[in-house]
Design a protein around this ligand. Structure first.
Ligand code: HEC
Length: 204
């Protein structure tokens, strides 16, 4: 017990002498117990830095950067709705091209086919793992939905489906919708809509 008390007193003296006088006035350099906390290799805000050719310490945001929380302009392209209203736009506000459809097919295959299946008939791989109620994109009700509502479903989700807005950028969402429409047309088109020279190959 005696040794413990002596040792404890010594420890107290040691701790107080090393740590206790931090902040005291002295002409001697302070003892730095964790020097890496006091001195860090870093660029302070608004200071010059020789590392980059233009000498700026703070980098400019990448072109096209949207600040977190900054509202998107209220346009049909961004929201799928008529500006100033909650009405969905009937037709997509972007022009459809062959490249866009190809992009939509690629993005659909990545983001949607695991659940909705390659053909959109809700026979994706997730049905084998217990996902039971998946929207069949060929349902008459879904075929009749406005393009803007599909945009909203992709962006924010619907019922059991989560939103994919954060994962899929706006142009790609419209491309996916164009592709979904192509999938729907593939089951609804009449023979008359097939170019004449291809009809024979279909009826064979
Ligand atoms: C993780 C699985 C999953 C993925 C991935 C997924 N969905 Fe869905 N989707 C669902 C489920 C489940 C429903 C049915 C939701 C309900 O009615 O409860 C649904 C419903 C829908 C509907 C019908 C909405 C309505 O009005 O009833 C549309 C349209 C749709 N999805 C489009 C898409 C598109 C486009 C993608 C790709 C960007 C996608 N989904 C990705 C699971 C998924």
């Amino acid at each position: 017990m005696r040794y413990f008390l002596a040792g404890f007193a010594l420890l107290v003296v040691l701790v107080v002498s090393v740590a206790g006088f931090r902040g005291g006035l002295s002409r001697k350099p302070p003892i730095e117990i964790f020097p890496d906390m006091d001195r860090q290799a870093k660029v302070r805000p608004q200071t010059a830095d020789g590392f980059f050719a233009n000498g700026l310490g703070s980098r400019l945001p990448v072109a096209g950067t949207v600040a977190r929380g900054a509202p998107f302009a209220d346009t049909p392209l961004n929201t799928g709705r008529e500006p100033g209203t909650t009405n969905y736009v009937a037709a997509m506000p972007v022009a459809v091209s062959a490249e866009m459809l190809a992009r939509g097919q690629e993005r659909y295959t990545i983001h949607c086919s695991p659940c909705h299946g390659g053909q959109g008939d809700a026979k994706g791989i997730t049905t084998k793992f217990g996902m039971a109620v998946i929207g069949n994109l060929h349902d008459a009700r879904i075929v009749q939905l406005a393009d803007g509502e599909l945009f909203n479903t992709i962006t924010n989700g619907k019922n059991l489906m989560q939103g994919y807005g954060p994962n899929i950028d706006i142009a790609d969402r419209w491309a996916i919708i164009a592709y979904v429409r192509a999938l729907q047309l593939s089951r609804l088109a009449t023979l008359d809509e097939v170019p004449a020279e291809l009809r024979a190959s279909l009826t064979k």
